[in-house]
Design a protein around this ligand. Sequence first.
Ligand code: ZN
Length: 397
Amino acid sequence: MVTKGLKLRIYPNKQQRQQLAQNFGCTRFVWNQMLAMLNERHENSPQASFLTAYALNHLLPLLKKEHPFLKEAESTSLQVTNQHLIEAFHAFFRKEKGHPKFKAKHAFKQSYTSKFVNGNIQPVGDHGIRLPKLGILRFKAGQRIPETIKQVTLSRTPTGKYFAVLTVEGENQAFPKTCQTIGCDLGVADLLVGSVEDLRWPTTRFDQGLAHKLRIWQRKLARRQQLAKKAITWDRHLKVPVPRTMDHFKNVARARLQVARIQEKIANQRADKLHKLTTQLVKAYDRIALENLKTKNLLRNHTLARAIANQAWGELRRLLTYKCAWYGKELVLVNPYKTSQLCSTCGHDDGKKALAIREWTCPQCGTHHDRDVNAAKNIERLALVKQTVCGLGTSPG
Ligand SMILES: [Zn+2]
C-alpha cells in the first residue's frame, strides 16, 4: 500500500465558502493561541519538557469554552493544527526551519486539514465528495476517488480558487519493467540531458514570457504599497491623523491579485512541464540516476538563470522520488564528483573545463564528446556500478 496525494479543484457554494472562511480563521486562531501559550511556557520555565500534540488537544475543550465560535469549526481540523504546530517546532529544534510564526489574518494561502474519522469523508457519485461540516462539494469531473481516504486538506488560493488535496491509500501501480537505465545531467541551459538517444529537455525560461508581466505588476504593487503607507486620513471626530491600512486601498488589492494570478499561471505551467518529463522518464526507465546535488549548493544562487534552474532541479527530484516509489521504479543519486571531466568511453581524466566548453575530444581514445551527454553517461555508469540493472533491489538471477 502506498499513500498518495490527490488534488481536486472544488466548487463550494456561497454557504460552503463562508463555512470554509470561518474554519480557516478558527485553525489560524488555534495556531496563534497555542503558539503564544508555548512561547510563554518556554519563557517561564525553559527547562520544562516540550508538550505533545496530544497534550495540546486536551486544551481544546477549554479554548472552545472560552471562545465559543471555535465550536463551529470542524473538530479534527483543530487537532491537526496542533499536530502541525508541534511538527513545526520539531523542525525548528532540528534546525531545519525557523521558529514557528504567528499567522496573519490575510495569510497568502489559507487552508485546513480534516482527518478521516467514522466515515466523515466520503465520495458521493462521480462528482461529489462529502466533507465534515461542509456537506457535499462538487469537484471537476474525470477524477475517480479511491475508497480509502486518510485526510483532506482544503485550501483557497490568493486568486480565489478552492482545492481539496486528499491523502489516499492505494495499491502500488507499477509500470511495466523495461530493464533500462538512464543517467541524467542537470544543467542551466538544458534542464536535463539524458545518457541515451538524444534526450534533451531545454529549461523553460518562465522569467522571459509571463514573468515579464509579473515584474511589471510586482513593481506596480510595490509602488502602490509605498504610496499607501505614506497616506494618512483624518478622523473627523477625534481630529487626529489615522494611518490607513493597506486594505483601504483598492488598487493595492488589485495589484496583489494580479501578481497572484500571474504567479499561479507560471507555477501551473512549470508544474505541467515537469510532470510530463518525469512521467516519461519513469515509464521508459527502471532506474533513473541523478547527481546528488546538495541542498546547500542549490540555495546558493548566483544568477537568475541559475536560480530558476535550481528550483526546477529540486522539483524534478521531488517528483521523481515519489513517482519512482509509486510506479515501482528506482531513483539512484550518485556523487557528481568529476562526472564532467572523465571520458565516459575510456575513463581518462581530462581535468576541469570552463563552462563555455560544450564539446571536447578525449586525447586518449579520440572520442568526441558533448559535455552534457558525457556527464550523463558517467552518471549512468555510476548508477550501474551500484547494482545490476534488472536486480532492482533484489538479488540478480
Ligand atoms: Zn577517452
